[in-house]
Design a protein around this ligand. Structure first.
Ligand SMILES: [Zn+2]
Ligand SMILES: [Zn+2]
Length: 135
C-alpha cells in the first residue's frame, strides 16, 4: 500500500483536506485560518470574497417588520372599507426607502388613504425606535 503524499509539495504526509479543492495537503502547505491549501489561499475565488464583503446596510429583520406592518395596514384598510359597505375603494402605502408613497383609488378612498398614512407613520416610528435601540 503506497503512502499518500501532500498534493502540493508531494513530500510530506497529508494531514488536512482543503475545503476549496478537497486536495490532501500537509501542514506546511495548509492555511488553518482559512482552511485552504497553499494553492487556494494564494488565489481566493472572487465570488466568495464578494459574498463575504456584502453586508446589509440595515438589519434585515427591521425591513421584514416594516413590510409586515405595511401588509397589516393594507389588510386593515381593505377590511374596514369592505365592512363600511363603501364602493370598493383601495388605499395603499408603498415604501420606497423611508419615503411612503400613498396610492388611492375610488370615491371614498380618502379615509382609506388617511388610515394607510397613519399606519405608515406608526411603521416609521417603530422603525426609528428599533434603530435607536440597535445603536
Ligand atoms: Zn505539502
Ligand atoms: Zn485547495
Amino acid at each position: 500500500m503506497p503512502i499518500e503524499k501532500c498534493a502540493i509539495c508531494g513530500r510530506r504526509a497529508p494531514r488536512y483536506v482543503c475545503q476549496e479543492c478537497s486536495r490532501h495537503v500537509c501542514g506546511v502547505c495548509f492555511e488553518p485560518q482559512a482552511w485552504l491549501c497553499a494553492g487556494c489561499s494564494g488565489s481566493p475565488k472572487p465570488k466568495a470574497a464578494a459574498w463575504k464583503s456584502c453586508t446589509w446596510p440595515i438589519p434585515f429583520g427591521l425591513f421584514i417588520v416594516g413590510l409586515v406592518l405595511i401588509l397589516v395596514g393594507i389588510t386593515l384598510v381593505v377590511t374596514a372599507t369592505m365592512l363600511s359597505g363603501e364602493t370598493v375603494p383601495a388605499g395603499a402605502v408603498i415604501f420606497i426607502g423611508p419615503i411612503p408613497i400613498v396610492v388611492g383609488t375610488g370615491s371614498c378612498s380618502i379615509w382609506a388613504m388617511i388610515l394607510a398614512v397613519v399606519l405608515a407613520i406608526l411603521g416609521i416610528l417603530m422603525f426609528v425606535i428599533y434603530r435607536k435601540r440597535a445603536v
